[in-house]
Design a protein around this ligand. Structure first.
Ligand SMILES: [Zn+2]
Length: 149
């Protein structure tokens, strides 16, 4: 299994649907999440951002508007599903995330979260015959895969 970034540009409605799917995979069903697609000047840099409040299990997730993608990142396509999984994993790890902004600890946590997000999305796509197309994701194989461990 290998993850390759593939262009995955989604509407807000599609993002919300995928978010619910991944919340259940990651055991975050009790979290209240809201997603916004934001222009670059409303982001803190990067493909996505997650502001979480652990005691009330609440997270505001921002996803970079595709309009601005190639202004920021020019060496691989935008994969909004991978970004959603990455931001949700920040909620998963919030309980141990004591890293201050801009520190090495924060960078390492972020890199590990990204590695996990790539692995999870890669596994899902492989289970689906890597036939992901916008709006046509065949979810059954992935669900079977999760059930069978
Ligand atoms: Zn991150």
């Amino acid at each position: 299994m290998k993850y390759f970034p593939q262009e995955c540009i989604l509407t807000l409605e599609e993002l919300n649907k995928l978010c619910e799917e991944w919340k259940s995979v990651l055991g975050l069903e009790n979290w209240n999440t809201s997603i916004k697609i934001c222009r670059d000047d409303d982001m803190e840099g990067g493909a996505g951002h997650c502001h979480w409040v652990l005691p009330i299990q609440c997270a505001d997730i921002k996803i970079l508007d595709h309009v601005d993608w190639y202004k920021i990142i020019d060496h691989f396509p935008q994969d909004m599903e991978k970004t959603i999984v990455h931001e949700l994993l920040h909620c998963r790890f919030a309980v141990i995330d004591k890293a201050e902004d801009g520190t090495l600890e924060e960078l390492i946590l972020h890199q590990n979260i990204d590695m996990l997000a790539c692995a999870l999305v890669g596994i899902k796509r492989e289970a689906n015959g890597n036939a992901f197309e916008k709006g046509k994701g065949e979810e059954n194989n992935f669900k079977k895969f999760l059930r069978n461990g």
